[in-house]
Design a binder for this molecule. Structure first.
Ligand SMILES: [Zn+2]
Length: 496
């Protein structure tokens, strides 16, 4: 009820013509197929669109994008979204439905085929089809992902729009393609137009059985972060909704996290973020009930996406690469976000990014990092950031750290992988940060590193404008046992 009220207010004040009503429900309630749907209805007549994601469980971008598109203000027509059509497969991270008989495993082959007697195959397709048919959709858009770019590897449908050759889809697809392709520098990664969706697919069935204008929109998972793939889905769907007059001109394909009882968290997953970091951040945030964790990329940050979140997390990887991906505009946006009260948690690479000694660093405090070049006899000039492969070290919370992370007495074992080591302050300066934990052991690879890590800061905090910053050199997220502690730090840093 509260949600519907907020939506109506929002829509009335932004466009002044159409009231918007939001409702939600469940398909296949109580069964293992149970999945939520959202309906966004306006008082202004217009098309009915059914948008689906997560039909294949190993194609997460479609599910994420559908979830995000649910939050857009609508000015005309009716949008029905099923973000997670195939919950068992999504949970397993697999394309096929787990635990069903051969011939029914691929959900996107289980919908009614033209000219055949049979209807749907399997219980999940039956539930979904009943629901979709009852909406009488004018359009059906099904979001998927391919394993490779179609222009590079024609065996994959990655980066394509596969439409049903109706007049309406033939007119819309080129506009959707040119809009998304304008954001892609490499022509080999451009989206292409294909037809028709495969027999038994939801899109094909919607076109043939329901007369809907239907298309499958495919991004490519290869070498592209999840944030970029969801962004491409959003851009294409947004362009379609714009053509249909359902979203306002000048609006962008934005990420708008819904109101939530816990912090709304943006996890940076673009260039410079290691592949393992973002999933471990999501695992950590499951310790904060009611929090929302969405991935963002450099372009999202540059376009001001962080402003709508309470916390930004920059995970492990390469600090300089993250900085380069963000560019000056992105780094400025991160600093402004924190100035205005947003939280920042930087882990390993993200802690380098938050430091002050590089021309690309965010300089939230006067924390420097011991990473200069030294002459190593017989080896030449070597940078001191490298201390060898990932290993376990110990750290100990300070009193200030215990205020934030809770009382963890004694030494805590934590994984370390070349995170920043903070050198001593110069005689004429004092730290503009507070030490939350100290390293109590060390690793080193080169002789000048010996004795430079033990008893130096492992975790620090600082304030920047109205916001809080947490910079963590090791990887507490890598240990399941330390995730509840790290989650407390995230909750502390988040805007509140
Ligand atoms: Zn698929």
């Amino acid at each position: 009820m509260r949600r519907a009220f907020i939506a109506i207010l929002c829509s009335l004040t932004t466009c002044g013509i159409s009231a918007e009503l939001r409702s939600s429900g469940l398909i296949a309630t109580g069964s293992r197929w149970e999945t939520p749907y959202q309906v966004i209805e306006t008082s202004e007549p217009g098309p009915t669109i059914v948008l689906t994601g997560g039909v294949h469980g190993d194609e997460p971008a479609g599910a994420r994008a559908a979830e995000q598109i649910c939050e857009w203000p609508l000015i005309r027509g009716r949008l029905i979204v099923i973000p997670r059509a195939n919950v068992p497969a999504l949970k397993a991270g697999k394309r096929l439905i787990p635990g069903v008989k051969t011939g029914e495993r691929d959900l996107n082959r289980n919908f009614p085929r033209a000219g055949s007697e049979g209807g749907t195959r399997g219980a999940l397709a039956a539930h979904l089809w009943d629901f979709v048919a009852a909406q009488h959709p004018d359009w059906l858009i099904d979001l998927h992902e391919g394993y490779d770019f179609h222009r590079l590897q024609p065996g994959s449908v990655g980066s394509s729009i596969i439409d049903c050759n109706s007049d309406a889809t033939d007119a819309a697809a080129p506009v959707m393609l040119s809009t998304v392709n304008a954001t892609i520098a490499d022509p080999q990664r451009w989206f292409v137009n294909l037809s028709l969706p495969v027999e038994g697919s939801l899109a094909r069935a919607a076109a043939e059985q329901l007369g809907a204008s239907a298309m499958i929109v495919e991004t490519t998972s290869r070498d592209q972060p999840l944030s970029l793939r969801t962004r491409q889905h959003r851009i294409m769907v947004h362009q379609l909704l714009l053509r249909l007059g359902m979203v306002s001109q000048g609006s962008e394909a934005a990420i708008i996290p819904p109101p939530s009882p816990g912090p709304r968290v943006a996890i940076f997953d673009d260039k410079g973020a290691g592949g393992g970091g973002p999933p471990l951040m999501e695992a950590t945030l499951r310790e904060l009930p009611g929090s929302i964790a969405w991935r963002v990329g450099a372009e999202d940050v540059r376009q001001g996406a962080l402003e709508r979140f309470d916390l930004a997390i920059f995970p492990g990887g390469s600090g300089s690469s993250q900085a380069k991906a963000l560019g000056e505009r992105g780094r400025h946006a991160v600093r402004r976000f924190v100035e205005q009260g947003g939280g920042y948690v930087g882990i390993c690479a993200g802690a380098y990014l938050s430091a002050s000694n590089y021309d690309w660093s965010l300089a939230f405090s006067n924390q420097r990092t011991f990473a200069d070049m030294r002459e190593i006899p017989g080896k030449g000039m070597k940078s001191m950031w490298y201390r060898g492969p990932s290993s376990l070290v110990t750290m100990e919370l300070s009193d200030a750290g215990k205020q934030i992370f809770g009382d963890h007495p004694g030494e805590i074992q934590v994984r370390y992988h070349n995170g920043p080591i903070v050198p001593p302050m110069l005689p004429n300066e004092s730290p503009t940060y507070e030490v939350l934990a100290w390293f109590r052991s060390e690793v080193s690879h080169y002789e000048p590193q010996e004795g430079t890590m033990t008893d130096t800061p492992a975790m620090i905090s600082t304030r920047h404008g109205k916001g809080r910053v947490l910079a963590i050199s090791p990887h507490p997220e890598a240990s399941k046992a330390l995730r509840p502690m790290l989650a407390k730090g995230m909750a502390w840093a988040a805007r509140n």
